[in-house]
Design a protein around this ligand. Structure first.
Ligand code: FBP
Length: 358
């Protein structure tokens, strides 16, 4: 594509708005501000040890995990850029137990922003890809003063935008505003996010899965069965060989899947029965599920679409399975016992996939 045809994120949003007259300036500004935050974080990551951003800061965050310096820096970047712009009624961050209220001196807007400023924090110091994830909801009508937790407790199907930035060999912003998924690469010279991956589509079939296999003794039977069948390869019921990946940065796994297909699982397991899963619904599972569905993939808890889950708390954890549609459908069917709609019944019966798990 000639350089002149490449759109910046700002140009892309203007063109989108021309197509959808209901979209407003403040929505574009919010996305652009998130992009600015991601650029600043990308720069801090690029300087790494030179900028003194590695290591922990001695704080234990709301998740009970050691906060990395970059977690705190990135959280502040997100807050300080977005609090003053007048687009938001409030924010939720993985790094803060309490909701973030827009300070009185700044105007309030009609959107709610939930974000994980750095996903995959354990990878920062070893120079492996990490990311930021964000989800945008409309604030309920009538929110004039402080937002409440209840305002954020909307199912993922209500998101008006969702996406992530991946800080890898290059920095990319992958975004959905409910009209497909578009990928923008940060041009380090101009500082613009350029549309390089328009209308991304996830292949329905895959031979690659991602799971932390060290937890296998805690998995529930449907996951044990799925992985056992994949590992049997060509000789097993799947009749094909599978490959495995585990980066331990969900954004990196999601990005690989968006680019070439695959399936990611962080299921509920038996380690701590009070925990419904490892990942967070509002700012991890929901935006990734929105991206997956908009790119032709799917995301499920194992028993229901992630986007249909009614949240009960802002930091709620959830079992998360996402990626190529046929594999997520199959995993759902192993949990529910129902035949997946994307797979023809005869094939399913022929291969005895509903046999009791080993
Ligand atoms: P953070 O948001 O705290 O960085 O943790 C989330 C996460 O890193 C996911 O990205 C990833 O899938 C998972 O934790 C990996 O953790 P585990 O060590 O359990 O495999």
């Amino acid at each position: 594509m000639p350089l002149t045809q490449k759109l910046t994120l700002a140009q892309f949003l203007i063109e989108e708005r021309q197509r959808h007259s209901d979209a407003a300036d403040d929505f574009d500004n919010l996305i652009l501000n998130i992009a600015v935050a991601c650029k600043q974080i990308s720069r801090a990551i690029a300087f790494g040890a030179l900028a003194g951003v590695h290591g922990t800061d001695g704080v234990v965050n709301v998740q009970g995990e050691q906060q990395q310096k970059l977690d705190a820096i990135s959280n502040n970047v997100f807050l300080s850029i977005n609090e003053r712009a007048g687009n938001l009624a409030g924010m939720v961050s993985e790094e803060m137990e309490a909701l973030y209220q827009i300070p009185e001196q700044y105007p309030r807007g009609k959107y709610l922003l939930s974000f994980d400023p750095i996903d995959g924090s354990t990878n920062i110091d070893v120079n492996v890809s990490v990311g930021s994830i964000f989800s945008i909801l409309r604030a309920p009508e009538g929110v004039v003063d402080a937002v409440t937790e209840n305002d954020f407790l909307q199912p993922g199907s209500k998101q008006v935008a969702g996406g992530y930035a991946i800080y890898g060999p290059s920095t990319m912003l992958v975004l959905t505003v409910g009209n497909g998924v578009n990928g923008f690469t940060l041009d380090p010279d101009s500082g613009d996010f350029i549309l390089t991956h328009p209308q991304l589509r996830i292949p329905a079939k895959t031979q690659e899965f991602a799971i932390n296999a060290s937890n296998s003794r805690f998995w529930e039977p449907p996951i044990k069965r799925y992985i056992a069948e994949c590992l049997e390869g060509e000789a097993g019921p799947r009749g094909k060989n599978f490959n495995m990946r585990w980066v331990a940065s969900m954004v990196a796994e999601a990005h690989r899947i968006v680019m070439r297909g695959g399936v990611f699982m962080y299921p509920r397991d038996g380690r701590d029965p009070s925990r419904a899963g490892r990942l967070r619904l509002l700012y991890e599972a929901n935006p990734i599920a929105f991206i997956m569905e908009q790119a032709g993939g799917y995301a499920s808890t194992g028993t229901q679409p992630i986007l249909s889950v009614q949240p009960s708390a802002v930091h709620q954890r959830i079992a998360l399975i996402f990626g190529s549609k046929e594999e997520v459908d199959r995993l759902e069917s192993y949990h529910t016992g129902q035949s997946p709609s994307s797979l023809p019944d005869p094939l399913f019966r022929e291969r005895s996939l509903f046999r009791e798990s080993a």
